[in-house]
Design a binder for this molecule. Structure first.
Ligand code: HEM
Length: 123
């Protein structure tokens, strides 16, 4: 993955050459996660404000390296408290400002969902 020209408000990342997954070659992926705090809704809230983060706000983690978590950590638990067992479950916990992402994921065809999960696990 290479860093592309900076976007107006945050840097954009673009995937590199990938012979195994040509459909994801040179795809911009910055808009998925901005590495900022976001209100993720009641489902992920812990009700414990920290400085400027309310109990519903979480920092968007970088997604690169996602496919190596099993190898490095020996598990694939995701989200701030490890409640999601994999990337698909993590997306299905998205609410609040990220509700649109969850709904889009739910509305995708099974093939597109599988392709997205394959992409996430290739990062
Ligand atoms: C297709 C779109 C998206 C995908 C595939 C996606 C995927 C993911 C994944 C796999 C995680 C778990 C990462 C980890 O625990 O290391 C995650 C967490 C998170 N995502 Fe997204 N995401 C998407 C869109 C969004 C959007 C639009 C927002 C905000 C507006 C957002 C905000 C967050 C936050 C704040 C977390 C951390 C939540 C927590 O730790 O409880 N995501 N996302």
């Amino acid at each position: 993955m290479r860093r592309a020209a900076a976007h107006a408000t945050w840097p954009e990342l673009v995937t590199g050459e990938s012979p195994e997954l040509p459909e994801f070659r040179a795809s911009a992926c910055a808009s998925v996660h901005r590495l900022l705090l976001h209100d993720m809704g009641e489902g992920l809230a812990d009700g414990r404000p920290v400085y400027r983060a309310s109990g519903r706000d979480w920092r968007t983690p970088p997604l690169w390296g996602l496919g190596l978590i099993q190898k490095v950590n020996g598990h694939t638990f995701l989200l701030h408290d490890g409640r999601a067992r994999n990337a698909a479950e993590a997306v299905l916990w998205h609410g609040g400002e990220a509700l649109g992402a969850r709904e889009a994921f739910q509305m995708m065809s099974a093939a597109d969902r599988a392709a997205l999960v394959a992409f996430l696990n290739s990062l």
